[in-house]
Design a protein around this ligand. Structure first.
Ligand SMILES: [Zn+2]
Length: 475
């Protein structure tokens, strides 16, 4: 988010989040009860205790936990593609020619794609059809911060690139294919592999559709591009928002959909954008009374079309006298206010330190938009209550996330308000949405939907399609 009106938008879009929440037609079943048609499961996700020892040669490999996990992942993902590639595309899957484990903080290893020294990374190298990973810094940090499944996600993505090299024209891949298309396909292929694991086909891993998939989605956040990179830049990987879209597409629809991704069909939904020139590479503003005033104005205008009085945001400590208490922000039905704990919101809203995060240090906060989204979610519950919609069940949580997405998209069209989305904001919202104690997809009592998969889908629906599907999909 950034403040300040430096750009006049001449589109009159006041009241863009027009609600018809009491109308309950057009339901697509019960999206909160399943994850892409699969039951919501709860168990410890990760490597199975009885996982076999993979029969793979790894150059410069070691016995450490990171290498064991990486090797098991490659073996598993390759075994998936060994049956899937012939079945779906009629193409034989040749395993990746070589695997190299290195320490970015140790001696250099020769590779087909340059020096490994100081290269904190994991990647597919097309030059010699190899996959390389840094077991010195990157993998241990990922395991520490995001758990085993972060390594599985990243390496499944890298094998996805190897799959592209085997499919070539069957996936529309040529020398000139933009990086973003290759990245979207690889994320999508990772999603198809995860579905296979979730369905119980893997010898190495078990993944639940709640915390397990949440971890997979959160780790796409770790490897996102730095904010401010435009989707058309060489080397762009996509924002977390865009990447999760591709992953979920693969999970829901399978590998044929992934191979069909190209610039024409992904272009319109890509959210990666450069910072506006006035933003000077920082889109975050401190969360204080002034910022909350801007937020109030933005929400009032965006939800004006609902035709009901919007709640007032008040600094009353984040809980309501007569309940509920969902600090740092609560919707209080008794006086139609959103009570906020400004200090806690300011802490949550500190900028994300992406370099620190990548190197395994503190990640800072979740960014200003995380805090705004928390408050916006409570405000949206007030609007829902006033129009007579339910506020205390799973659909209310998802509908709320959907409305926050619709509001986020609307901020760019509300020319007369001081808040609008800046580069990186959507990723801050995703990062917040996947936190275990996020409010963005929680009902009025703070009860949230277990599956981050569904939370993200709900927010994206609102962001890309506006508020009308919020009430029909989540009645
Ligand atoms: Zn990639």
């Amino acid at each position: 988010m950034r403040s300040g009106v430096r750009r006049l938008v001449t589109v009159a879009m006041i009241g863009v989040v027009a609600l018809g929440l009491s109308a309950c037609g057009g339901s697509e079943g019960s999206p909160s009860g399943t994850v892409a048609g699969l039951p919501i499961t709860h168990f410890q996700s990760g490597m199975k205790p009885n996982a076999p020892t993979p029969d793979l040669q790894v150059r410069n490999g070691s016995d450490d936990a990171a290498d064991k996990l990486a090797t098991a992942t490659i073996a598993d993902v390759e075994s998936y593609w060994t049956t899937e590639l012939p079945d779906v595309f009629g193409v034989k899957f040749e395993p990746v020619k070589s695997l190299l484990s290195y320490e970015s903080n140790g001696p250099n290893q020769e590779s087909g794609c340059g020096n490994t020294k100081k290269n904190i990374n994991a990647f597919y190298c097309g030059q010699d059809d190899s996959i390389l990973w840094d077991r010195g810094v990157l993998l241990p940090n990922m395991i520490n911060q995001f758990g085993q499944l972060s390594v599985v996600t990243v390496l499944a993505h890298e094998v996805g690139h190897a799959v592209q090299y085997r499919l070539l024209d069957k996936a529309g891949i040529t020398r000139g294919t933009p990086t973003i298309v290759k990245e979207q396909q690889a994320d999508c292929f990772a999603g198809t592999y995860y579905r296979w694991v979730v369905e119980g086909h893997s010898k190495y891993f078990s993944v639940s559709t709640s915390d397990g998939l949440n971890a997979a989605l959160s780790s796409l956040f770790l490897v996102r591009d730095v904010a401010g990179v435009s989707a058309t830049d060489r080397g762009a990987h996509g924002t977390a928002f865009d990447r999760i879209f591709a992953f979920q597409l693969g999970f829901e629809k399978g590998p044929e959909q992934c191979a069909g991704l190209n610039l024409d069909n992904i272009g319109p939904r890509l959210t990666e954008r450069s910072f506006d020139s006035g933003d000077k590479n920082q889109g975050d503003i401190p969360i204080d009374a002034t910022a909350l005033g801007y937020l109030q104005d933005s929400l009032d205008k965006a939800f004006g079309g609902a035709g009901v009085a919007g709640p007032k945001i008040v600094a009353e400590g984040g809980t309501c006298a007569g309940g509920p208490a969902t600090a740092p922000a609560s919707y209080c039905p008794s006086d139609n206010t959103v009570s906020v704990d400004v200090t806690a919101l300011a802490d949550l809203g500190r900028p994300v330190d992406q370099d620190g995060e990548f190197a395994g240090q503190s990640r800072g906060g979740h960014g200003d938009f995380a805090s705004f989204a928390e408050v916006a979610s409570r405000y949206a519950l007030g609007i829902q209550k006033s129009v007579g919609a339910s506020t205390d069940n799973a659909n209310a949580g998802l509908r709320t996330a959907c409305l926050v997405g619709a509001w986020a998209a609307a901020t760019s069209k509300l020319g007369s308000t001081k808040l609008r989305l800046s580069s990186g904001d959507l990723d801050e919202a995703i990062s917040d949405l996947l936190r275990p104690d996020s409010l963005v997809a929680a009902d009025v009592n703070g009860k949230r939907v277990d599956a981050g998969f569904n939370r993200v889908e709900a927010m994206r629906t609102g962001y890309l399609q506006g508020s009308s599907p919020c009430s029909t999909r989540y009645p």
